[in-house]
Design a protein around this ligand. Structure first.
Ligand SMILES: [Zn+2]
Ligand SMILES: [Zn+2]
Length: 151
């Protein structure tokens, strides 16, 4: 399944009889058009530039609603703030432990993820979340440790 665009998602919601207020539309549009996987606070700051009156509670409510409608995803990280993902297709993440950015990558083939071991355990997979933790390309280049070793 390919990532749905903002207008596709909006049309999808409309066909299900769901109408979004202008504020909610802007939140959905922002998430659909960014690759950044922002936190709720970051969405709030961004949307606040257009709707100065918007409250953080409205942002949270909207994110929850959009998540329940299946047009965005929430990525929770334990104690750290959740991030929100406008990419509703099946994909994996590269999470940089230095700068915190989250990049989308295509998922490995299903055989690599849903292995025989899982089937042997009698387990049926309904969904999964695959994340690789490490250092992104630009952090590798700017890490002093790496430079020392390169010279
Ligand atoms: Zn990084
Ligand atoms: Zn993503």
């Amino acid at each position: 399944m390919k990532r749905k665009s903002y207008s596709q998602s909006l049309a999808d919601l409309k066909s299900r009889g769901i109408r979004l207020t202008p504020q909610r539309q802007v939140i959905l549009q922002y998430l659909k058009e960014t690759e950044a996987h922002p936190t709720a606070e970051q969405v709030y700051q961004k949307i606040g530039e257009q709707f100065p009156g918007i409250s953080l509670a409205t942002v949270y409510n909207t994110l929850n609603m959009l998540k329940e409608l299946g047009v965005i995803r929430e990525l929770s990280y334990g104690d750290v703030s959740s991030r929100y993902d406008g990419n509703d297709s099946e994909h994996a993440h590269l999470v940089c432990e230095h700068c915190g950015q989250v990049l989308d990558i295509a998922t490995p083939p299903e055989e690599a993820v849903i292995t025989q071991n899982i089937q042997q355990a009698g387990f049926t997979v309904s969904s999964y979340r695959l994340e690789y933790y490490g250092t992104c390309g630009s952090c590798v280049q700017s890490t002093p440790y790496q430079k020392d070793h390169a010279s």
